[in-house]
Design a protein around this ligand. Structure first.
Ligand SMILES: *Cc1c(COP(=O)(O)O)cnc(C)c1O
Length: 389
């Protein structure tokens, strides 16, 4: 027994082992001696020092996502955006140019438009389905290209083979945000990405109860720069969140398979209803990138977008007719979620800018979840019949 409750109580001995990954919230680790600590800092022995610099729950999660991507040495950060921050701020310097896809995640677009330029980093955007547009946008100082494989909310499929070849030919780092597709839909690392990013918040963790990111970097020198940047800027993840996300990953394959199958069925149901003007799903032959999706993607995914006839009024009526499908702007949750880009993710754009992207007042994006498929399809059909009898 300790002589005072202020001293930490030793962990009980057990010759049998816990089967579940332990949660280790310790901020600090005590070293055996200054010499032993030298050994850790100089890489001669493995050990943790201070949680901002790394902790076991982040490493367990990182190795699991590495295995899914076929990657090595990935880093867990406190959010998807902090993974993007670490990738960009760890590698770029004033005077460099970054080219981005023109339909990146909203905050990534903001970082390109507003934040990187404040640090003297040049940015521009181009359509990632159009390789000639990307080629024309390259500059002599282009260091990096940041792209998402499937765009939000129009679900356009980037010309990834063309982009990877273009980057290789021009010595540009190809950074792929693989959040929408997950490693089960697109093998970003194996395809040759220089860096792969995930918002673990979404499908990987899968329950909308943690905020985390992941970034893997191929070049060991750049990987060290990204890690130093993350530690210095304090982009560290919470051990509890890492532990929760690891728990979520055990069921990723089951969840994704179910959600993708239901998404395909939902897309067909929507396309057959007279109240629906158009459907966007990369697994349907009427999608503009259907041919590319078939060769590039392992599955067309769990996201479906569609446009109702009748604009904003029909959109209001539809959300009211679907009380069991939360109108909430995230994706990859256990529940099927509706998003209305014109009033949420893309509200900062002018109507003309939205029209350019194909986002209208009648448009919804559905993140298909894990409910029994007939329940999702039945509720959507009932709602459509109600608003467009
Ligand atoms: C959500 C998302 C992000 C940001 O991730 P957070 O975990 O919310 O910071 C980045 N990229 C894509 C494609 C996303 O969907």
């Amino acid at each position: 027994m300790s002589d005072t409750p202020v001293r930490r109580t030793p962990w009980p001995d057990s010759i049998s082992q816990a089967v579940v990954t332990p949660l280790q919230p310790s901020v600090v680790y005590s070293a055996q001696s200054p010499d032993a600590l030298d050994g850790q800092y100089e890489g001669r022995s493995q050990g943790y020092t201070y949680a901002r610099e790394g902790h076991p729950n982040a490493d367990v999660l990182a190795r699991k996502i590495d295995a899914l991507e076929g990657a090595e040495g990935g880093l867990i950060t406190g959010s998807g955006m902090s993974a993007i921050t670490a990738a960009l701020m760890g590698v770029l310097k004033a005077g460099d140019h970054v080219l981005g896809g023109d339909q990146l995640y909203g905050r990534s677009l903001r970082m390109m438009r507003e934040d990187l330029p404040r640090f003297g980093i040049e940015t521009s955007l181009a359509d990632p389905t159009d390789i000639e547009a990307l080629r024309a946008a390259l500059r002599p100082n282009t260091k990096m290209l940041l792209v998402e494989v499937v765009s939000n909310p129009t679900l356009r499929v980037a010309d990834m083979d063309g982009i990877l070849a273009l980057c290789r030919a021009h010595g540009v780092l190809c950074v792929i945000d693989n959040t929408f597709t997950t490693p089960l839909g697109y093998r970003a690392w194996e395809a040759g990405a220089d860096m792969v990013i995930h918002s673990v918040t979404k499908l990987l963790a899968g329950h909308s109860d943690v905020t985390l990111g992941y970034v893997a970097t191929r070049d060991p020198d750049l990987r060290a720069q990204v890690l130093t940047c993350a530690v210095t800027l304090g982009l560290t993840p919470s051990p509890y969140d890492c532990w929760m996300a690891e728990r979520g990953l055990y069921t990723l394959e089951l969840r994704y398979e179910r959600a993708c199958a239901s998404a395909g069925a939902l897309a067909d149901l929507l396309a057959d209803h007279h109240g629906v003007e158009s459907v966007l799903y990369p697994g349907r032959a009427d999608h503009p990138d259907f041919a590319r999706a078939r060769t590039l993607l392992i599955t067309p995914g769990n996201m479906v977008s569609f446009t109702l006839k009748g604009g904003r009024a029909a959109a209001n009526a539809f959300t009211q007719a679907t009380p069991n499908l939360p109108f909430a702007p995230t994706l990859g949750d256990v529940a099927t979620l509706l998003s209305h880009p014109a009033s949420s993710s893309h509200r900062a754009l002018s109507p003309a800018q939205r029209a350019d992207l194909g986002i209208t007042e009648g448009m919804f994006r559905v993140s298909v979840g894990l409910e029994p498929p007939e329940l999702i399809l039945g509720e959507v059909k009932t709602a459509l019949d109600q608003i467009a009898p």
